[in-house]
Design a protein around this ligand. Structure first.
Ligand SMILES: Nc1ncnc2c1ncn2[C@@H]1O[C@H](COP(=O)(O)OP(=O)(O)OP(=O)(O)O)[C@@H](O)[C@H]1O
Length: 268
């Protein structure tokens, strides 16, 4: 076996990606330009950047929901051309089907995949138990709290055994206590599943609490400004002086980019 065979290959490889949106009757929007990033198997990566710098756009492209205008995105060395169950995406609002029970929501993707009904019910029950919703199987989404709905959305994504789990500001709508509990819960399912996680947030604290590496974006068109590994053991109490150093660093990095984004808006 050669040394090259021993290398760990990225779970997701993004090379020189660009994305220009061309809304009808309006000038094109250059959302991303020359963006390159590798996400390793089992890694927890957080994307942090000013509003409008293309973080969600990048997740949609990795998910295969949007094509790139340039560059390439690969998962396990294979170009991403369409959505795949190997790449799950969770949004801020959980986006469960309101007319289905929680169990049927979780089983839905498995039914599309042709998994027999008894098996998918068993998997759904298992997944919901693992996220602490074992006694909620027959409830509808509007009977659950926001945090419970997000856990159900996690169970739905995890039921497909994704290799990459993407989350777009998943906890932004939750109160502070629920958010903190959900972060603990997410770290637990991340460890258990072995999946790579790519999470978008506006919260510096969330980034420091969760990430192996934080990718800071420039203002639009978004590129990687810098990547900061978080070299702290988990859990990461905010009273740790090193935590404060990271917070100061990210505050400074973001302030520069937010200023640039405002300056650009004023120039338009
Ligand atoms: N479907 C679309 N059509 C046209 N323009 C779009 C579309 N989706 C996003 N954009 C534009 O692309 C840019 C990047 O948007 P995106 O939502 O990816 O940014 P973001 O970094 O996730 O922002 P936020 O942090 O505010 O959610 C924005 O200017 C946005 O208006």
């Amino acid at each position: 076996m050669s040394a090259a065979d021993d290398q760990i290959h990225p779970a997701v490889s993004i090379r020189d990606v660009a994305k220009t949106w061309t809304p009808e009757g309006r000038p094109p929007v250059h959302a991303l330009r020359n963006l390159s990033l590798d996400v390793m198997p089992g890694e927890f990566v957080v994307l942090l950047g000013p509003s409008g710098c293309g973080k969600s756009t990048l997740l949609y492209m990795i998910a295969g929901l949007e094509g790139a205008s340039g560059g390439s995105i690969e998962q396990d060395g294979i170009p991403v051309t369409q959505p795949s169950a190997e790449r799950g995406l969770i949004f801020q609002d959980a986006s469960l089907f309101p007319w289905l029970t929680i169990a049927d929501n979780v089983a839905f993707g498995l039914s599309v995949r042709g998994v027999p009904v008894t098996e998918r019910r068993a998997v759904a029950a298992d997944m919901l138990r693992s996220v602490g919703l074992g006694d909620m199987l027959d409830k509808k989404p509007d009977e659950l709290s926001g945090g419970m709905r997000q856990r159900a959305a996690c169970a739905r994504a995890l039921a497909m055994r994704p290799k990459v789990l993407m989350m777009d500001e998943p906890f932004a709508a939750l109160d502070v206590q629920t958010r903190s509990k959900m972060q603990d819960f997410l770290l637990q399912i991340w460890r258990d599943s072995g999946a790579s996680v790519i999470l978008v947030t506006h919260s510096i604290d969330e980034a420091i609490s969760l990430a192996d590496r934080v990718v800071v974006f420039t203002a639009r068109p978004g590129r990687v400004k810098t990547i900061v590994p978080i070299d702290l053991p988990r859990p990461r109490p905010s009273r740790d002086p090193r935590y404060h150093e990271y917070r100061d660093l990210f505050t400074e990095l973001l302030a520069d980019e937010v200023d640039r984004a405002f300056a650009e808006q004023e120039a338009v």
